[in-house]
Design a protein around this ligand. Structure first.
Ligand code: HEC
Ligand code: HEC
Ligand code: HEC
Ligand code: HEC
Ligand code: HEC
Ligand code: HEC
Length: 423
């Protein structure tokens, strides 16, 4: 036996190690993302990785200033315990931040906390590319998760083709090893293109079906793009900054009212000013899908220079495009519906927490308003003193009716009188 591997065996080895490489690199990508991802989900609302204070301190060089391990672990897991134990360093930072509250993370596993400790000790170098933004490009690419489902499909198919190719290589090599043992001649390897050609020739119907599916997908995408024009339900304009509700209200669980502060006290919900964005974005200069590009537009609008950390230019308000547009002759109040009527945002706006781009999901027609007023019972009717006498009167009026019709709906309170909604 000589030291050189025989050809088919070598090919087999190459194929297997390629497969192994692909799988491990996938694995690694996921493992590495962990600490960073956990940080974004749980900590980035209050901490930057640089020097900037948000609610809590900037975490640059934090490992050097806190007490030795396992202090970081204990603090991140449950800072209240550390504070209770009378820890001197905890007392010091608490005083520095006027006792501002850091959340506890007892719901995370020890592995997750360890990933966080490793991440804050050694965060990746932040790529500070606050390049002038490419105006022409706009936030287009960022719609719906930033990735087109069709692209994912094509990616998956390509991946499968590679795997199939590799596996075929493996069987081919195995066969040759066997042939060799039996003293048969080595089979010629067939090139990948020839294989595909052969496959298409022998699988005409399947090929036709695959082509039809891809064409169908492209056509429906085009159809939806056209349909969006001029129809308001599903209206989803491209905004001047690729603001994502999914990232803010979903992943980072920021309360709707933090930004739409009018919902409980006025007719309109209100769109936050750029100052509200800066409360957090002074410290957060890059995002998970758009990097620094979109956040740079906030700095531009705020007249903020991220290098010096100062406001050097005048503010220009961000020109958000209105998604919902009720006709002027209709009266609608958020306070009435959210505070008094106890209606959840989602009843009218859908699951905003999952929207990458804000979208109108309800038709906002008269029929839609009236339909809900007919069906919805006025909440708190029974125990609200304001309604007590009214409730008695109405209860008297509807006494004779079947049980389900005794429910006091908005409509029964006059919620479908023309004058309530039309001036
Ligand atoms: C709600 C805001 C908030 C969140 C969320 C938060 N922190 Fe904090 N963190 C603070 C505040 C405020 C302090 C300063 C001490 C104090 O007042 O409690 C602090 C202090 C710290 C310190 C000590 C920093 C120093 O300079 O000594 C570390 C480390 C830390 N946090 C890590 C984390 C990690 C990791 C997470 C996510 C798992 C996290 N924090 C989530 C608000 C927060
Ligand atoms: C971090 C700030 C922030 C948070 C938190 C937030 N929003 Fe928004 N919201 C905005 C901004 C900015 C816009 C305007 C840009 C756009 O339409 O995407 C907006 C737009 C909207 C619109 C469309 C308004 C229009 O033009 O008609 C609705 C509806 C909405 N938000 C509902 C919600 C709901 C419901 C929540 C909570 C689940 C929420 N928002 C949380 C900042 C926020
Ligand atoms: C309460 C804190 C907070 C406020 C207020 C806030 N953001 Fe954010 N923003 C975040 C966090 C956290 C991230 C995610 C950072 C990350 O995951 O790396 C983020 C990310 C972003 C991104 C990057 C998204 C991506 O896909 O890469 C943009 C753009 C953005 N915010 C715009 C805004 C705008 C515009 C406003 C004001 C209307 C605003 N933000 C207000 C906390 C906030
Ligand atoms: C998801 C259900 C729902 C939808 C949709 C809805 N409403 Fe309402 N509305 C309510 C509830 C509940 C109340 C009762 C609030 C209260 O207790 O005063 C109410 C009350 C009102 C009132 C006050 C009525 C009164 O008797 O004082 C007005 C005006 C009104 N709605 C207008 C509208 C308009 C205009 C629309 C459509 C653009 C609309 N509503 C859509 C649930 C809804
Ligand atoms: C009963 C239905 C209903 C509920 C509940 C509701 N909205 Fe609205 N919302 C509307 C309608 C209708 C409009 C359009 C108003 C207009 O054009 O004058 C609107 C517009 C908006 C706008 C943009 C224009 C503005 O008023 O500033 C925002 C932002 C918004 N809603 C956020 C919210 C949030 C956040 C909640 C929950 C706290 C909520 N809405 C609950 C029906 C509703
Ligand atoms: C709960 C609120 C509500 C009540 C009550 C209500 N409307 Fe409306 N009405 C609307 C809304 C919202 C629109 C706007 C619809 C649109 O833009 O498609 C509208 C539109 C209209 C229009 C214009 C139609 C059009 O297609 O543009 C007329 C006319 C009208 N209403 C008459 C009435 C009359 C008459 C009554 C009493 C019988 C009444 N409305 C009661 C909410 C209401």
């Amino acid at each position: 036996m000589d030291t050189i591997l025989i050809k088919p065996q070598r090919r087999l080895l190459a194929a297997i190690s390629f497969l192994f490489l692909v799988l491990t690199s996938f694995n690694q990508a996921f493992a590495e993302a962990d600490g960073a991802k956990l940080f974004k989900q749980n900590c980035a609302v209050c901490h930057s990785l640089g020097d900037n204070k948000i609610t809590g301190p900037g975490l640059k060089g934090v490992a050097a200033r806190v007490p030795a391990d396992p202090w970081l672990f204990n603090w991140i897991k449950n800072n209240k315990e550390v504070i209770k134990s009378g820890d001197a360093y905890a007392k010091k930072i608490l005083a520095e931040y006027n006792g501002a509250d850091m959340s506890t993370f007892t719901h995370l596993t020890d592995d997750e906390i360890n990933a966080l400790v490793a991440f804050v000790k050694n965060p990746p170098v932040e790529v500070k590319t606050t390049t002038p933004t490419d105006e022409a490009k706009g936030p287009k690419g960022a719609t719906e998760e930033g990735v087109n489902p069709l692209a994912i499909l094509i990616g998956v198919i390509a991946f499968l083709i590679i795997i199939i190719g590799v596996l075929r290589g493996v069987t081919h090599s195995l066969k040759n090893i066997q042939n060799e043992k039996q003293g048969l001649p080595e089979e010629e390897a067939v090139g990948p293109w020839d294989e595909i050609k052969n496959w298409i020739v022998t699988h005409k119907t399947t090929t036709a079906v695959i082509i039809l599916i891809i064409l169908g997908g492209l056509l429906t995408e085009g159809w939806y793009a056209l349909k969006g024009i001029g129809v308001y339900e599903g209206y989803q304009p491209v905004q001047p900054i690729a603001f994502s509700h999914k990232i803010h209200a979903g992943d980072n669980a920021i309360n709707c009212q933090y930004c739409h502060s009018g919902v409980e006290k006025s007719k309109t919900a209100g769109i936050p000013s750029v100052n509200v964005c800066m409360n957090c974005h002074k410290g957060i200069s890059s995002g998970p899908t758009t990097g620094t590009e979109e956040i740079a537009k906030i700095y531009e609008a705020a007249g903020f220079d991220p290098k010096s950390g100062e406001y050097t230019k005048p503010q220009k308000p961000i020109q958000w495009i209105k998604v919902h547009n009720l006709q002027d002759f209709v009266y609608f109040s958020h306070q009435q519906h959210v505070k008094v009527g106890k209606q959840d945002c989602a009843n009218c706006h859908g699951d905003v927490k999952t929207m990458t781009v804000a979208k109108q999901v309800s038709p906002l027609t008269m029929g839609w308003c009236i339909d809900c007023h007919r069906k919805t019972e006025v909440p708190g009717m029974k125990d609200n003193p304001y309604y007590e006498s009214l409730h008695k009167k109405l209860a008297e009026k509807y006494k004779g009716l079947p049980k389900e019709e005794q429910v006091i709906t908005v409509a029964k309170m006059g919620g479908i009188d023309c004058g309530r909604c039309h001036y």
